[in-house]
Design a protein around this ligand. Structure first.
Ligand code: UMA
Length: 455
């Protein structure tokens, strides 16, 4: 049976609620609507603020309830929840207590995906880069590769085209993994550090969600873990399949590690030199090793792994060089929505750094970040909701800091403060939602602001 036939059979006669009409919700609505299912589409935002496409589903017979998630969901048989909606949302919580099964787009995709090679990548940071590196190496083998998930591309729409011999690389967030009852055959956890503690009850719940990427694996499953982190090493104990490792600091029994300046497989097979990678920073070395270990597990030859790693030039909003103006290099690292990631970004430069930090804090610890800023930054411009908190921490350590309102003011002040030879680094350590739609919107605004400095 094809994937679509299986979906038709499993969901026959069921009424489906889709809560949250963003990228995932709309992709699901397209699929289910094309298969003729009865749909309820609902969102907390009013209809006027949602894409025009939502109305078209109404014309096709879907029930549309916007301006508040609808309790009509309680009358449905299956409920799909967008990752942006907390499971503690009163409507979602009521649906769950009613015993209605909660799904999300990647969980559903995984259930029906016909591809034999599926690699799920999660972690607190580096997931998109690692997933992209794996996809680049796999493409080098001539296979058709689908890269999607949290990286911004729901893949349910591809279920009709996917073949058993295709490869899928799926980036997965803790919000998505929370609902998983199956795991991809090959899983990667890049690292674990505090993140999203405004959404998860505590670190234990966050780690448990991440562990779903391998916890439900069956025989033949494998997970790649970070040997350099105690919290990751501990996860090996609950792996049902085999465990492979990556390390920047020592050899590993299987997987990939950094031997001097060379990335090698566990058996000593050389891949490439660290200096051949086009990505900056120690954290990207770790991402490359994680990708190499995953590729090795699915049989990508070492030459193809090396080609993938050394040809990849990076993703937007991740240590992305925007402009060099009057000897100052402006970098967009808007993806850094945690202090931990902002620290990793500071470590990627030898040049003096003027750091732009702030936005909406996610209830994360900032002490270590402030110590690193003292070490690595010649100054900080603090902006957004968290600006006062950040400024206070830095002043207590005598780090030069100036507080401004938003990103626009931060860029204009940085223009005046940054000496030639310096890097201005937007690596905010916070979520963007106080000022922007998401980190991409913030990164694009930053690019535009920086480019406007030229005129
Ligand atoms: N909504 C409600 N009520 C709420 C919250 C949201 O109705 O309480 C509605 C919103 O009004 C919106 C809809 O839900 O219309 C969809 O919101 P969403 O944010 O879940 O949106 P999607 O466009 O489906 O994007 C999601 C992921 N978003 C989040 O996890 C918040 C995207 O990850 C992902 O790329 C996309 O699915 C495809 O899988 C973004 C992200 O920030 C980039 N991820 C976090 C991260 O990487 O740290 C986890």
């Amino acid at each position: 049976m094809s994937a679509l036939q299986r979906i038709r059979a499993d969901f026959a006669g069921k009424r489906i609620a889709i809560l949250g009409l963003g990228r995932e919700g709309l992709a699901l609505a397209r699929l289910f609507s094309s298969l003729g299912f009865l749909l309820l589409l609902s969102d907390d935002r009013p209809l006027e603020e949602l894409p025009q496409e939502v109305r078209q589903f109404g014309d096709l017979g879907a029930q549309i309830k916007c301006g508040g998630l609808s309790l009509e969901a309680l009358k449905c048989d299956s409920c799909f929840v967008s990752p942006g909606i907390p499971l503690s949302h009163p409507v979602v919580a009521r649906v769950a207590t009613r015993g209605i099964e909660l799904w999300n787009e990647p969980r559903f995709f995984l259930r029906y995906c016909p591809a034999e090679t599926v690699i799920g990548v999660t972690g607190s940071s580096g997931k998109s880069t690692t997933a992209s590196l794996i996809a680049a190496a796999l493409r080098g083998t001539g296979r058709r590769v689908y890269l999607g998930g949290n990286i911004g591309r729901p893949l349910v729409g591809e279920l009709a085209h996917l073949q058993a011999e295709d490869a899928v690389v799926l980036e997965l967030s803790s919000f998505q993994l929370q609902l998983f009852k199956e795991s991809p055959k090959v899983a990667v956890i890049t690292n674990i550090a505090p993140n999203h503690l405004d959404r998860h009850a505590d670190m234990a719940e966050y780690i448990a969600a991440k562990a779903n990427v391998f916890r439900h694996q069956r025989e033949g499953g494998a997970v790649v873990l970070n040997a350099d982190q105690e919290v990751s090493r501990q996860l090996a104990a609950c792996a049902p399949g085999t465990v492979s490792w990556f390390s920047c600091f020592g050899s590993v029994p299987s997987g990939a590690w950094l031997k001097g300046d060379e990335l090698v497989l566990a058996d000593g097979t050389p891949l490439c030199r660290a200096s051949e990678l086009k990505l900056r920073g120690q954290h990207n070395l770790a991402n490359a090793l994680a990708a190499a270990a995953a590729c090795d597990l699915v049989g990508v030859p070492p030459e193809a792994i090396a080609r993938g790693l050394t040809s990849f030039t990076g993703l937007p909003h991740r240590l992305e060089l925007v402009e060099c103006i009057d000897g100052v290099s402006w970098y967009n690292d808007s993806i850094a929505t945690t202090p931990e990631r902002s620290i990793a970004a500071m470590h990627a430069f030898n040049e003096p750094i003027l750091l732009l930090a702030g936005g909406r804090d996610k209830h994360l610890p900032w002490e270590a970040w402030a110590e690193e800023a003292k070490e690595h930054a010649l100054g900080v411009v603090a902006f957004g909701e968290a600006g006062d908190m950040i400024a206070a921490l830095l002043r207590a350590r005598a780090v030069p800091v100036q507080r401004v309102r938003g990103l626009r003011d931060a860029v204009h002040l940085a223009r005046n403060l940054a000496p030639p030879g310096c890097v201005v680094l937007l690596s905010p350590g916070c979520a963007s939602y106080d000022e922007f739609r998401d980190f991409e919107d913030r990164g694009e605004a930053f690019r535009a602001l920086v480019r406007s400095l030229r005129t």
